[in-house]
Design a protein around this ligand. Structure first.
Ligand code: TRP
Ligand code: CA
Ligand code: ZN
Length: 317
């Protein structure tokens, strides 16, 4: 892996921490919480992310085939995510709003601790379209953000900055939930957000590896991770501003994110560097009934979930 600028210091710190654990901890005990700047990001188990996707699929199947705004499958999805976070020690809040005559919900989860004057947020939309279960769009982002949040809890991570995770309602109606959240933040609380990271469609079955080119420091963090994997990335251009980072960006919050492609076609050059099928959409099931658990590339989901965790750890330390 290519070392970032701070690579040598990080390696030294990890060795020092490992030595401490070897001499000072009881075998089998949970690792002691590390000081923020010294903690290494975990490898997110893709099986855990897929287990959340299987649950979201079951919820859709039991609720008329979708998890759309204003439908029972949306609220059931929200309740599933909230229960996991509550059990892991998060402080959760459901924010209610109305759109198209139906009640919608955002879920916001704060990890206790850190400097609340410097908040790092990661979020994803949890609603699907009515046509299907929305497993790539956007079960993938929702499940990966959830698993990163649970990894924070498992690690007992205590970063220097404050961590907040969010699941948005009614994105498919025009980013309604995320805009509602941003519009209802006080100017002071908006200014406390040092970065918002967005994850919308990160397991596309014919994947590309796209990084938003908004805030340069956030962009570099994601690119460093993929460079370390030896996976080339491109700048995200498939409809800039077409997801929940847009309201944050418009309010002056630094934003970034990852995307594996929707209904644009993969070019021959892209297939040459990423594999997959040229001349075919990144996601042929975009906004369709076939956006099920079969509509996921496990490798893309795994890499993007790991990159998400790396960015959350790195940017909050
Ligand atoms: N937000 C879109 C949806 O949910 C998908 C999408 C299209 C997208 N272009 C994007 C997401 C660019 C992130 C970035 O339907
Ligand atoms: Ca992983
Ligand atoms: Zn969508």
């Amino acid at each position: 892996m290519k070392l970032p600028v701070s690579g040598r210091a990080t390696v030294t710190a990890v060795v020092a921490a490992a030595t401490l654990f070897a001499t000072g901890s009881i075998a089998g005990a949970a690792p002691a919480p590390e000081a923020g700047a010294l903690a290494a990001a975990p490898d997110i188990p893709v099986a855990n992310v897929k287990a959340h996707l299987a649950q979201l699929q079951s919820i859709a199947t039991a609720n008329g085939g979708n998890r759309a705004h204003g439908r029972t499958g949306y609220k059931a999805s929200l309740d599933y995510v909230k229960a996991k976070l509550d059990a892991a020690g998060y402080t959760t809040v459901i924010q209610q709003f109305t759109s198209s005559g139906r009640t919608g919900y955002n879920l916001v989860a704060d990890w206790p601790g850190g400097d609340t004057g410097r908040v790092v947020m990661a979020g994803s939309h949890l609603d699907s379209v009515t046509a299907g279960a929305g497993i790539n769009d956007n079960g993938s982002g929702s499940a990966a953000v959830l698993e990163a949040a649970l990894a924070v809890s498992r690690a007992g991570y205590q970063p220097a900055k404050h961590l907040r995770f969010a699941w948005w309602g009614a994105e498919e109606l025009g980013m309604v939930g995320s805009r509602y959240y941003v519009n209802n933040l006080s100017a002071a609380n908006r200014a406390r957000i040092s970065g918002y990271l967005n994850f919308d469609m990160i397991g596309s079955p014919n994947p590309g590896y796209f990084v938003y080119d908004d805030d340069p420091a956030i962009e570099k963090t994601f690119k460093d991770y993929f460079t370390g994997l030896g996976v080339p990335t491109e700048i995200e251009t498939e409809g800039d501003g077409r997801s929940d980072h847009a309201p944050f960006k418009n309010a002056g919050v630094p934003v970034g994110g990852l995307f594996s492609g929707a209904d644009y076609l993969k070019t021959a050059a892209q297939a040459a560097k990423w594999g997959g099928t040229a001349g075919r959409a990144f996601d042929r099931c975009y906004h369709s009934s076939c956006d099920t658990t079969a509509n996921i590339d496990d490798t893309a989901l795994d890499r993007n979930a790991d990159a998400l965790a790396y960015a959350v750890w790195t940017l909050s330390s």
